[in-house]
Design a protein around this ligand. Structure first.
Ligand SMILES: [Ca+2]
Ligand SMILES: [Ca+2]
Length: 226
């Protein structure tokens, strides 16, 4: 092996480390109840509100609240109201979303999800486009679910490609009432493995810092801390 071959090998390995480090640099979380806009009948709720509808009472959500369209267990209903979030992404790239949810049963386990500008400006509650239908993992207490699309032919995890950094708009629309959303977690780690992605509740810093430049600085600080 020549000296230049060894050098190229070292440079290649270093490049891989650098690439993987940057690729997994960004994560951010926000409280569902801190959405920029919440349109009724989607409202902010508490665990006792859920119990008052007759379902099992979930434990305390992050910062005490979640969003939902109130409704009793088992019963159908829904299709109106939404929560909309402004999310500043730090760089062009591909991102995934996880929701911290409670979903009692098969009549209370879905939302509509569009994230513009990767998704079109489409009212999924009106079009009923299954590309934007999130089949939420069931469970009577808070758990993480990677946002998927529940197509007629199967359910697949989603990811969103943004060509530029900056402001994006995420809308979570009611599909079935009583589906509960506590936290939204945004990441450029596209793994489906929850243990690897490690979705989390918002930190105080997440809730203050919304500027793209600020988030980029945070990402670099996080890399350096590893
Ligand atoms: Ca329902
Ligand atoms: Ca919350």
């Amino acid at each position: 092996m020549t000296r230049s071959t060894i050098f190229l090998g070292i440079a290649f390995v270093f490049g891989l480390l650098l690439t993987s480090g940057i690729g997994y640099a960004f994560d951010w979380a926000t409280e569902a109840e801190m959405a920029a806009t919440i349109e009724a009948p989607m409202v902010v709720g508490t665990s006792s509100d859920a119990a008052a509808q007759g379902g099992p009472e979930p434990s305390a959500p992050s910062r005490g609240n979640f969003v939902w369209m109130p409704g009793p267990p088992v019963a159908g209903g829904g299709g109106e109201g939404w929560a909309e979030f402004t999310i500043n992404i730090p760089a062009a790239g591909t991102y995934a979303l996880w929701g911290k949810v409670t979903a009692w049963d098969g009549n209370s386990d879905s939302f509509w999800v569009t994230w513009q500008p990767a998704d079109p400006d489409e009212d999924a509650q009106e079009t009923q486009n299954t590309q934007f239908r999130w089949g939420v993992a069931q469970g009577n207490d808070w758990h993480w679910d990677k946002i998927n699309h529940w197509l007629d032919g199967g359910t697949f995890e989603r990811e969103w490609r943004f060509d530029t950094a900056g402001k994006t708009t995420l809308r979570i629309g009611v599909r079935e009432d009583a589906t509960m959303l506590d936290v939204i977690f945004v990441t450029d780690n596209l793994s489906d493995d929850e243990a690897e992605v490690n979705p989390r509740d918002p930190t105080a810093e997440d809730l203050v810092s919304v500027e793209p430049q600020g988030k980029l600085a945070t990402s670099w600080a996080q890399i350096k801390a590893r």
